[in-house]
Ligand binder design. Structure first.
Ligand code: NAD
Length: 332
């Protein structure tokens, strides 16, 4: 198979490229590095089956030669990133998705959109099945991401219905693992980097809000299974293991053997209260469920961040405390 991965240099994309290369496929990784670093795929660049294209897909997407599969991951994904890049997020979710679907249509390629649990907004149904239509504030600050993804889902389904593209949608719930950026604002890299720096671990609100955390290898496995299936989705991919943010901060503190205390800071606007995927569909249609215990995933991620710290590769300002400013930091 020759696969195009948009956003392939990002956190999940780089693991997907690695897995595809490992399974002897040819990979074209397309990225503009707006929220990532080419270093994430540096170890693949000498492989003759791997090609890296530096492109902004909102300007068009042309890949010479045959394409069998297109994994569309390009989009800022962490709240800190999409709140910093609201228009770029809307553009890549709309025009970028359009270009990616046009390429899939022109090449007769299978297409997979990585949508998000944020399509459910601040959900009023718990856990969230795919049949739930969501509770999104269409004009709030987070809408630039949520609505861009919902538009991408609608576009993908329209191409499936009207243009005969074998196009599919998965909704990914919070995913974590090595190669997340220490400064991307998501809870796990924030808590780990604070724990390793021995500065206060900042939990928003009273920490009772929950998330369900899935290790990246499991999500990549789900993406490959979805691509190979005949189903259009949407299908939830996530780990039903639900944990409160306060519990998560305490858990990471313990695993990182830190002396950091936990500090409560104000909660950002429209932050979802609870989130847990109903993965009945993924189990039945894809024979998929997460297999990596969350604690093992957290230990691997802490080890990754510790190595970055030792090698000096960590985000700039590693030696300075993370902001303890009263401005609420958006978390995913
Ligand atoms: P990431 O920010 O690490 O990766 C996204 C990649 O897309 C980056 O490499 C970025 O440079 C690239 N990109 C953005 N705009 C682009 C453009 N216009 N042209 C080319 N490349 C562009 O994020 P991630 O966590 O790896 O997320 C990957 C995908 O999975 C995203 O679509 C995201 O919405 C989705 N997702 C992720 C999670 C999660 O928990 N990580 C949850 C739900 C959905």
């Amino acid at each position: 198979m020759r696969a195009v991965v948009t956003g392939g240099a990002g956190f999940i994309g780089s693991h997907l490229c690695e897995r595809l290369i490992h399974e002897n496929h040819d990979v074209v990784c397309v990225d503009n590095f707006v929220t990532s670093d080419p270093g994430n795929v540096e170890h693949l660049t000498d492989d003759p089956h791997f090609q890296l294209m530096h492109r902004d897909i909102t300007r068009g997407l042309d890949v010479p030669g045959p394409v069998d599969a297109l994994f569309h991951l390009a989009s800022p994904a962490s709240p800190a990133d999409y709140l910093r890049l609201p228009l770029a997020t809307l553009r890549v979710g709309s025009a970028g998705t359009w270009h990616a679907l046009d390429l899939a249509a022109a090449k007769g390629a299978r297409f997979l959109l990585t949508s998000t649990s944020e399509s459910y907004g601040d959900p009023l149904v718990h856990p969230q099945p795919e049949s739930y239509w969501g509770n999104v504030n269409p004009v709030g600050p987070r809408s630039v991401y949520d609505e861009a993804k919902r538009f991408g889902e609608a576009l993908t389904m329209a191409y499936r219905r009207c243009r005969g593209v074998d196009a599919k949608v998965v909704r990914i719930f919070n995913t974590f693992g090595p190669r997340m950026r220490a400064d991307d604002g998501r809870a796990i890299p924030t808590f780990i980097s604070q724990a390793l720096r021995r500065v206060p671990i900042t939990v928003t609100g009273d920490g009772s809000q929950t998330r369900s955390l899935c290790y990246v290898d499991d999500v990549v496995d789900g993406l490959l299974r979805m691509l190979a299936s005949d189903h259009g989705g949407p299908v939830n991919l996530g780990n039903p293991h639900e944990v409160s943010m306060l519990e998560l901060a305490q858990w990471i503190g313990k695993l990182a053997r830190t002396t950091s205390e936990i500090a409560l800071i104000p909660r950002p606007q429209d932050d979802p209260e609870r989130r847990r995927p109903d993965i009945t569909k993924a189990r039945e249609l894809l024979d998929w469920e997460p297999t990596t215990p969350v604690e093992q995933g957290l230990c691997d991620t802490i080890t990754y961040f510790r190595r970055q710290l030792v090698s000096g590769d960590f985000a700039e300002g590693w030696d300075r405390p993370l902001s303890s400013s009263p401005i609420p930091q958006a978390r995913s």
